[in-house]
Design a protein around this ligand. Structure first.
Ligand SMILES: [Zn+2]
Length: 155
């Protein structure tokens, strides 16, 4: 099942869409400062779908999977990709919104000094990004984002 899940490579100007895809649990890479040729070869090598807002890129002759994103706002953009993505609880919030790496569960004792006291007192499930060290917990924003995604993708 996990193998069939789509992976993406996004243009740098689609950073917000990348974050929302990561929230959904999708592997959404944004490679900065590399050439278009290199991005295309990465897409093929890593089996990613290239998401771009550029007509020019979407019309390139090379063979690679691509989607031309036509709208400006991330919510509309997510809808454009609706056929490729779904809201799956098991992978929801499993990736770092900053850097796309997988999150892993972490015991509060190990990160105690790194989270504010009110958070320590009110939450028990923590995750940490292996790569950039960012810590996540299921706060109120978690529920808000989840219901936002639900609304978006089920209407
Ligand atoms: Zn990270």
């Amino acid at each position: 099942m996990a193998e069939n899940r789509k992976k993406f490579l996004l243009d740098e100007n689609l950073g917000k869409l990348a974050k929302w895809l990561r929230m959904l649990g999708y592997d959404a890479a944004v490679y900065k400062s590399i050439s278009i040729e290199k991005k295309i070869s990465l897409c093929n090598k890593e089996r990613r779908v290239f998401l771009t807002r550029s007509n020019k890129i979407s019309k390139r002759k090379e063979n690679f999977s691509r989607i031309l994103i036509r709208t400006e706002k991330y919510d509309k953009q997510l809808l454009e990709m609706q056929d490729l993505i779904e809201l799956e609880d098991v992978i929801l919030f499993s990736r770092c919104l900053n850097c796309n790496s997988k999150l892993r569960k972490v015991q509060l004792e190990k990160i105690e000094g790194l989270v504010p006291e009110n958070v320590r007192n009110n939450f028990s499930d923590f995750k940490i990004c292996k790569k950039c060290g960012k810590i996540y917990w299921n706060g109120s924003h978690y529920d808000a984002m989840k219901s936002k995604l639900k609304n978006l993708l089920t209407t």
